[in-house]
Design a protein around this ligand. Structure first.
Ligand code: NI
Length: 388
């Protein structure tokens, strides 16, 4: 394995940071302790600029290369937040905060990127600028989007952006990635149907929203089977239906909730448009009205072709050709780094976490032996993208 020697030397120090973050997990935007440590260390490393408070509690550092003639600016991003889960490991550095734990390895991501920042600030063996990005609120809070909205890309002139996540089930010292859609878009919807309530024995005097709801529910399933290209994938699941309380009353309204998962923005747009058309028009045909509140969640995590080829090349240089899977299948989970990839070309890669419990499981733990590969990947990515 072509781990950078200096990074191998930093392994114990980076492990110490990781375990400290693990003992002190924080949720969503409330990552004040973690962000404070990150900011302090980045300043100690001698970064050219360290700015806290981007996207509420995000931290950004600038490291200029020994040469700065290429004009290239590359962003590297890690996430800092934990999850509201009670930890069920026996680790000596187990969470000290009841009901909170680093069950997704963001402690490892933060520590590895800090390690890379230390190495890059020390060596500066590149021609250009590295922007080191630590984001809050990946776990459902849209912290990546908040940093983008705070002007992250424009303020530092970021041209390409890269992310990394550990993955249980992939051996330590291996990487996995794919071009194009890598993780799904996760949307939710609320459909409110209004009719005219009345006596259950006198339906002719009512307009029944329950029958309209049944018809809309069936019609929705034709979106995937009849409108979406059969080669593509999409899921529409109606997961909650509520209307009325009594045996003999036709209710005035019906509400249904559900989730939509897609992998391509054009499929997502199509599903949203067809759901609205069907719900509104089927309801109208039955004398009711329907309102669809379609709420977009995290967008599709889309890896750009050239940057993915580049990430594969860098990963292979670190761990060897046979330890990089460049065609790993897409996942139905969603990821907040997608907001950054919608702004700039880049790539989101998985680093192996070995045979551990799955992410978001109470027995999950980041594997510290993955640190040299992850940290070397970051360093080598900067040195290869911007050679001196
Ligand atoms: Ni995660």
């Amino acid at each position: 394995m072509a781990i950078i020697n200096r990074i191998a030397d930093l392994h114990d120090e980076i492990t110490g940071w990781r375990r400290d973050f693990h003992e002190n997990p924080e949720l969503l935007y409330d990552v004040h302790r973690t962000a404070g440590i990150v900011e302090k260390k980045l300043k100690e490393f001698g970064c050219d600029e360290v700015v806290p408070g981007i996207g509420q509690t995000g931290v950004v550092a600038v490291i200029k290369g020994r040469k700065n003639g290429s004009g290239k600016v590359i962003g590297l991003r890690a996430d800092m937040d934990a999850l509201p889960i009670e930890e069920a490991t026996n680790a000596p550095y187990k969470s000290k905060i009841p009901g909170k734990m680093h069950a997704c390895g963001h402690d490892g991501h933060t520590a590895m990127l800090l390690g890379a920042a230390k190495y890059l600030a020390e060596t500066r063996n590149f021609d250009g600028t590295a922007i080191i990005i630590f984001q809050p609120a990946e776990e459902g809070g849209g912290g990546g989007d908040a940093m983008v909205k705070d002007g992250l890309m424009e303020r530092w002139g970021i041209q390409e952006v890269y992310g990394m996540h550990n993955m249980p089930g992939i051996p330590v010292g291996h990487f996995a990635v794919r071009k194009g859609p890598s993780m799904a878009a996760a949307d939710r919807f609320i459909i409110d149907i209004e009719g005219k309530g009345g006596h259950g024995a006198m339906p002719h005097l009512c307009v029944d929203p329950v029958q309209a709801g049944f018809a809309i529910g069936l019609a929705m399933q034709t979106v995937v089977s009849r409108n979406v290209d059969p080669i593509e994938s999409a899921v529409i699941s109606i997961t909650s239906v509520k209307a009325g309380e009594a045996f003999n009353v036709i209710p005035q309204t019906l509400r249904m909730l559900g989730t939509v998962r897609t992998f391509k923005p054009e499929v997502q747009d199509l599903v949203e448009a067809r759901m609205k058309e069907l719900a509104e028009n089927v309801a109208k045909g039955m004398g009711c009205t329907a309102k669809v509140d379609y709420q977009r969640g995290y967008p599709v995590t889309f890896n750009h072709a050239d940057q993915t080829d580049f990430a594969v090349k860098v990963a292979k240089a670190v761990v060897g050709d046979d330890k990089v899977d460049a065609e790993t299948p897409p996942l139905m989970g969603a990821e907040d780094f997608s907001y950054m990839l919608n702004q700039r070309p880049g790539c989101y890669i998985f680093v192996g976490n070995g045979d551990t419990a799955a992410c978001h499981h109470p027995a999950y733990d980041f594997d510290d032996s993955a640190i040299p590969a992850g940290t070397s990947y970051w360093a080598k990515l900067v040195e290869t993208a911007m050679p001196t």
